[in-house]
Write a protein that binds this ligand. Structure first.
Ligand code: PMP
Length: 296
């Protein structure tokens, strides 16, 4: 098991690269106590961060949802991300930018706290095991539901929203499953604890409208890949009973990439041609060589 505080290397922290083991926050940080914390998950393929601008913009937007402003511009965040990746010499890695309120105030009100930003990168090849990805992962139903937009800042990638994800994932793992599938507050299909979900029905993709959960950057990329292949994509409210009519199910996310689902609480699915096609297309997209720019 990796001990994340005890690594060689450098972390970009509040404006400069610093030794990995020295980057610490105080125990009385507001982000820790009151979840005033937002983060990103990004992937490095062949040394390049996939969709770094989309992720960096989402980090800024997530902070805005939580009422704070990250004290760096989009361009500065992108540059800092590249520096953190380059410092580790990473070719295939995961990147974790995180922004939080500091320790200047301890209480619900935190208007005067300093906003911190850290960006760490590390080698992390696959979220689900290669065997699970080939056969399809096994999902259990979560006991927790995604809240409505009137109850939480649901479009932010905010630490507080992951409380029910960790609880759901632990419960699923305890029962021997890989992950949990969550319904939303209305009882409609939402997402897993860290990925969006797609159903294949009669050759078309159906995926829940992301009105109370993250509209994943991978989700959007996979929708574009499907459309480029002439596959119809329908974003709509999907009831859990509709899984009975699905020919294939798969999930998408930065960590999960495109991962087929083999079972949802006893209901089996085969890894089918559309999931396979989109897995290949996603690999081609993420590994695509950078466009060659020639001097005019
Ligand atoms: N939903 C949740 C809860 C997630 O944590 C993630 C991973 N960031 C996703 C969906 C997928 O988002 P993305 O494709 O942008 O990684």
């Amino acid at each position: 098991m990796i001990n994340f505080h005890d690594q060689d290397g450098l972390i970009w922290y509040d404006g400069a690269l610093q030794p990995w083991r020295d980057v610490k926050l105080h125990v009385l940080s507001h982000g820790l106590h009151y979840a005033s914390c937002v983060f990103e998950g990004e992937r490095v393929y062949d040394g390049r961060v996939f969709k770094v601008t989309d992720h960096s913009q989402r980090l800024i937007d997530s902070a805005k949802w939580l009422g704070f402003k990250i004290p760096y511009s989009l361009a500065e965040i992108e540059k800092a991300t590249r520096e953190a990746v380059a410092a580790g010499g990473h070719k295939d890695a995961y990147v974790r930018p995180v922004a939080w309120r500091g320790s200047e105030q301890m209480g619900v009100s935190a208007q005067q706290t300093k906003i911190h930003l850290a960006i760490a990168a590390w080698e992390w090849p696959s979220y689900f095991s290669p065997e699970a990805r080939l056969k399809g992962i096994r999902l259990a139903w979560a006991d927790w539901r995604r809240p409505p937009g009137s109850a939480a800042p649901v479009h932010a990638k905010a630490a507080g929203l992951y409380m029910i994800c960790t609880l759901s994932k632990h419960a699923a793992e305890t029962k021997g499953f890989d992950d949990a599938l969550m319904l939303d507050w209305r009882g409609q299909l939402a997402e897993t604890t860290g990925a969006n979900v797609f159903l294949v029905m009669k050759g078309a993709l159906h995926t829940p409208t992301p009105d109370c959960f993250l509209d994943g950057i991978t989700r959007r990329a996979v929708i574009a890949l499907a459309k480029a292949r002439g596959i119809a994509v329908v974003e709509r409210a999907i009831g859990p009973d509709e899984l009975a009519k699905a020919d294939e199910v798969f999930v998408t996310g930065t960590a999960a990439e495109v991962t087929p689902v083999g079972e949802i609480d006893g209901r089996r699915f085969t890894v089918g041609p559309i999931a396979r096609q989109l897995m290949d297309d996603f690999t081609a997209l993420t590994r695509a060589p950078a466009p060659v720019t020639t001097a005019a």
